[in-house]
Every structure is written in C-alpha cells, then in structure tokens.
Design a protein. Structure first.
Length: 121
C-alpha cells in the first residue's frame, strides 16, 4: 500500500504520515506542493492521494486535473478548509473522490483510507 500526502504545511504532513504509518501503510510519500507530487506520482504511482487545496506552484485542483490525465481510478481525497460550494463542485467535476476538512483527526484519516482502499492492517 502506497499513499501520497501533499501539503505545504509541515505539521499536516507530519501528522498524516505518522497516522498512515500507524495504520499499517508501509510506503508513505510526501510532497510540499502539487508540482512535486505530480513528479513523484509519475515516478511511482500511489494507491491513494491526500492533497491540500491551497499550495504554491501547483494547487490541489491543478494536481487533481493532472492526476486524472494519468489515472481515472486512483482515489483522490482533497484536504481543505475550503467550504465554497463553487470550488467543491469544480473539484467533483474533475474527479475528486472525497474531502477531509482541516484540522482532521487520525480517526477521520483512517476512515477515508478504509472507505477508498480498505483496511490496511
């Protein structure tokens, strides 16, 4: 099982990585922005992607659009504080699978993992 975590906040990356590892995800890859994440996904695709919406260089929506050109099936979960209906609609139109609202708990992250890729342990 491989998970890709994308966020420009070091604390969010740390919490997500630690949580995923505690859930039995052996391969957790992180990226500080969408451009880095896209490169890492192309090099070695992940089984699930958790991405922040607002980031420098390439935001989460732009990353989603690029990922969908490569894979229509990899689960993509947007981590966001965005509540704007227009943005949510736009992400759905581009193939987002789910949302995780910041700040999230380990239990919420676990629930998204189980929903999209099954139990990891």
């Amino acid at each position: 099982m491989k998970a890709l975590i994308v966020d420009d906040t070091k604390m969010t990356l740390f919490v997500a990585e630690k949580t995923l590892r505690s859930l039995g995800v052996s391969d957790v890859v992180s990226a500080e922005d969408g451009a880095i994440a896209l490169t890492r996904f192309k090099e070695s695709p992940a089984d699930i992607i958790f991405s922040d919406w607002n980031m420098p260089n390439m935001n989460g929506l732009e990353l989603l659009i690029e990922i969908r050109k490569i894979s229509k099936t990899v689960p993509f979960v947007m981590i966001t504080t965005e509540g704007c209906r227009g943005k949510i609609t736009e992400a759905v139109q581009h193939g987002v699978n789910d949302y995780l609202v910041k700040p999230f708990t380990p239990a919420q992250l676990k629930a998204k993992m189980e929903k999209w890729v099954g139990a990891t342990t």
